[in-house]
Design a protein. Sequence first.
Length: 152
Amino acid sequence: MIRPVPLGSPLQLLLLGCSFALAGYAGVRLLAGDWLGVTLWFVGAALLHDLVLLPLYSSADRAVVRGLDATDHRERAMYVRIPAALSLLLLLMWFPLISGRMDSTYQLAAGLSADGFLTRWLLITAVLFGGSASLLVLRLRRAAKHRSPGTH
């Protein structure tokens, strides 16, 4: 038997209503200028994600899981997944500046040059993977210490 989902507190319902109102307002403002272009962009982004990106990162994830030769390889894959996801998210957000394909409006609006974004992104990516590798090494050392009692 399917049980009904209980309603939240009045504060939760109010916050949910406010978030829907804000999303609706943003949608109306977004679609007011060029609704056809925005709609095409959303449909194109969904198709690009589902038909191109999802198979790519699923295959990459499978390769990482298979490449880690251990009994808990799925858990160890998180040490690759998380920094990769954060790095790719930063790349997605800052791609025009990282790739050097920025409009002069950035310099006019920010008053800053876009030089160095690629170097900074590479440095952040290296720090993310280095920190993740350090955490994995610490975890493996701690696990080895707990497995061999009597040796300190």
